[in-house]
Ligand binder design. Structure first.
Ligand SMILES: NC(=O)c1ccc[n+]([C@@H]2O[C@H](COP(=O)([O-])OP(=O)(O)OC[C@H]3O[C@@H](n4cnc5c(N)ncnc54)[C@H](O)[C@@H]3O)[C@@H](O)[C@H]2O)c1
Ligand SMILES: O=P(O)(O)OC[C@H]1O[C@H](O[C@H]2[C@H](O)[C@@H](O)[C@@H](O)O[C@@H]2CO)[C@H](O)[C@@H](O)[C@@H]1O
Ligand SMILES: [Mn+2]
Length: 447
C-alpha cells in the first residue's frame, strides 16, 4: 500500500499528540512515510514536537519526522494537510468569550460575536495555509477542522473556490458516538444518518441501523429525558468514564431542554447558544470562561505530559491518549486516497442538497467522499422553523466572510446585529468596537 506524507498545521495544538497517536494506531489502514508539523509559533510547537518525535521513534521509527516554522520545509512533498490552527491562541479566545459577556451576550468560541471575532482571525490564517499547500504540494488535499468551521468554509468557497479543501467538524461524530453507546451499538458506524444544517447548527432527521431499522424512537425517548447525557443505567455500567469534563457534561445533558421545540428531529448540542442564550449568559462566570477552563485543564495536561516525555526521553506511563474520536481524519484521508466512497457529514456548498435553501450556503449534510472530493446527498425540503433559523445564521456567516474580504465595518456590524444571540444594533456596535480594539493585530483594518 502507498505510504503517505502528512503535514499537521497547528503542530503546537493541544490536539496534536492525540492525533499523532491516533495516526500511529491506524498505520495498517493509512500507512505513513512522513509526518511534518507546521506552526507559526516555534516555541509552542517545539514542546509538542519533541515529545511526538520520541513517541514516533518508539512506535514507528521508519516514519520521517520534521517540525518547522518554515512553510517551504513543512509543505513540500505532502499528500495531506491536516489543519487545526487557532489564530490568536487561547489568549484571544478568552477575549472573544469575555467581551460579549460584558454586554450580557453569549461569549462562545464559535457561536455569536465570539465566533465572528475568531472567524475574522481564522480566515487569513487558513487561506495562507491553502496558499502554502498549493505552492509546495499542488496535488495535496487539506482536511480542515480549524474553527470556526462555518465561517472558514464560507471564506474558502468565496475566496478559494477551486482549492482541494474538505471542511469537517467532529461535533456530530461525538454526539453520534454517544447515541451509539446509548443504543448498545458497537460503533457510530453501525448507524446511517440523515442530517441537515450549518456547522454547529443542525438536526438529525433519520437514524437507522444497517438493516434499515428505525432507531429514532429509542433515541428520542432517551434525549427527551437525558439529552445526550447518559441514563442512570449507562452511568452505573460505565462508571465515570464517559466525558469527564463538567462543562461538556452540561452541554450534552441540556439538550433535553430544547429538544421538545422540534421533537420530530434530534438537535445539535450547540443550538443551546441560540435557544437558551439568556440562561447560558446567566450561568457563565464572566471572569472565568471556557477558555480559562481549557487553559487550566487540557492545555496544562497536554503540555505538562509532553514536557515529562522530553525530560525522561521516553513516553512510559504517559497519560496522553489516542484520540479515537479523531479517527474520522483517517477515514477522510483514506476516502480521498483510496476512493472508498465513505458516507460522512461534511461542510459543503449546498447546491440543492437542501432543496428549499440558498444554493451557495455552506451546509453540513451527509456526503459521499471519494477521490474527486465530496458529493452531497440530497436531504429534501426542510421545515419553516429550521429554515428561518438557518437563513438568519447563514447570512451572519456570509457577511463575516464578505466583511473580511472587503474590509467592511458595516458588514461586520450587520453580521453581529443579525446574530440571534445579540439583542440590538446598539449592543452589536459596542461589542464590535471592543472586538476591533482587541483584534488589531489580527483583523484587516475595517473602513
Ligand atoms: N472542527 C472541529 O470539530 C474541531 C474540534 C476540536 C478542535 N478544533 C479546532 O482545532 C484548532 C486547535 O485547537 P486547540 O484548542 O488545540 O488550539 P491551540 O491553540 O492549542 O493550537 C493551535 C495552534 O495553532 C497555531 N497557529 C495559530 N495561528 C497559526 C497560523 N496562522 N499558522 C500556523 N499555526 C498557527 C498556534 O500557534 C497553536 O500552536 C482550533 O481551531 C479549534 O477550534 C476543531
Ligand atoms: O471548549 P473545547 O476547546 O473543549 O471544545 C471546543 C470544540 O468542541 C467540539 O468538539 C468536542 C466534541 O464535540 C465532543 O464530543 C468532545 O469529544 O469534545 C470535543 C472537544 O474536545 C467542536 O466540534 C469543536 O468545533 C470545538 O472547537
Ligand atoms: Mn466543531
Amino acid at each position: 500500500m502507498k505510504k503517505f506524507s502528512v503535514c499537521i498545521a497547528g503542530g503546537g495544538s493541544t490536539f496534536t499528540p492525540g492525533i499523532v497517536l491516533m495516526l500511529l494506531d491506524n498505520l495498517d489502514k493509512f500507512p505513513i512515510r512522513t509526518i511534518k508539523f507546521y506552526d507559526n509559533d516555534g516555541e509552542r510547537q517545539k514542546v509538542i514536537a519533541d515529545a511526538c518525535e520520541i513517541m514516533l521513534k518508539e512506535q514507528a521509527p521508519d516514519i520521517d519526522f520534521v517540525a518547522s516554522t518554515d512553510p517551504e520545509i513543512a509543505f513540500t512533498d505532502i499528500d495531506f494537510v491536516m489543519a487545526h490552527i487557532r489564530v490568536g491562541k487561547y489568549a484571544m479566545r478568552e477575549k472573544d468569550e469575555k467581551i460579549p459577556l460584558k454586554y450580557g451576550v453569549v461569549g462562545q468560541e464559535t457561536c455569536g460575536p465570539g465566533g465572528i471575532a475568531y472567524g475574522m482571525r481564522s480566515i487569513g490564517g487558513v487561506l495562507e495555509l491553502i496558499e502554502f499547500m498549493e505552492k509546495y504540494s499542488p496535488n495535496a488535499w487539506m482536511l480542515n477542522y480549524s474553527n470556526p468551521a462555518a465561517i472558514v468554509a464560507e471564506a474558502c468557497r468565496l475566496l478559494k473556490p477551486d482549492s482541494k479543501v474538505i471542511n469537517i467538524c467532529d461535533m456530530p461524530i461525538g454526539i453520534e458516538e454517544r447515541m451509539a453507546q446509548g443504543l448498545g451499538l458497537k460503533s457510530r458506524k453501525d448507524m446511517v444518518v440523515r442530517y441537515f444544517g450549518l456547522n454547529h447548527f443542525g438536526w438529525w432527521t433519520d437514524i437507522r441501523d444497517k438493516d434499515g431499522n428505525d432507531l429514532m424512537p429509542r433515541l428520542k425517548e432517551h434525549v427527551a429525558k437525558y439529552g445526550y447525557g447518559p441514563s442512570p443505567e449507562m452511568l452505573e455500567a460505565a462508571g465515570e468514564s464517559q466525558h469527564d469534563d463538567e462543562s461538556w457534561k452540561h452541554t450534552f445533558g441540556v439538550v433535553k431542554e430544547f429538544y421538545p421545540l422540534s421533537p420530530d428531529m434530534l438537535p445539535n448540542t450547540y443550538l443551546k447558544y441560540y435557544f437558551m442564550a439568556d440562561e447560558v449568559v446567566a450561568h457563565t462566570d464572566p471572569s472565568y470562561t471556557r477558555a480559562n477552563m481549557v487553559m487550566d485543564g487540557r492545555e496544562k495536561h497536554v503540555f505538562g505530559e509532553c514536557q515529562k516525555i522530553v525530560e525522561k526521553g521516553n513516553s512510559e506511563g504517559t497519560t496522553l491518549e489516542i484520540d479515537e474520536h479523531a479517527s474520522y481524519i483517517v477515514d477522510l484521508a483514506r476516502a480521498i486516497a483510496h476512493n472508498t466512497n465513505e458516507r460522512m457529514l461534511l461542510i459543503v456548498e449546498n447546491k440543492g442538497a437542501i432543496a428549499n435553501f440558498e444554493p451557495t450556503a455552506m451546509v453540513e449534510v451527509p456526503c459521499i467522499l471519494g477521490s474527486n472530493g465530496a458529493e452531497p446527498i440530497t436531504q429534501g425540503e426542510i421545515p419553516r422553523f429550521q429554515k428561518g433559523l438557518m437563513e438568519q445564521q447563514v447570512a451572519v456567516e456570509k457577511l463575516v466572510a464578505e466583511a473580511w474580504s472587503e474590509k467592511s465595518y458595516t458588514k461586520l456590524w450587520q453580521a453581529i446585529t443579525l446574530s440571534k444571540t445579540v439583542p440590538s444594533a446598539k449592543v452589536a456596535k459596542q461589542i464590535l468596537d471592543d472586538l476591533i480594539e482587541a483584534n488589531k493585530d489580527f483583523w484587516p483594518e475595517l473602513g
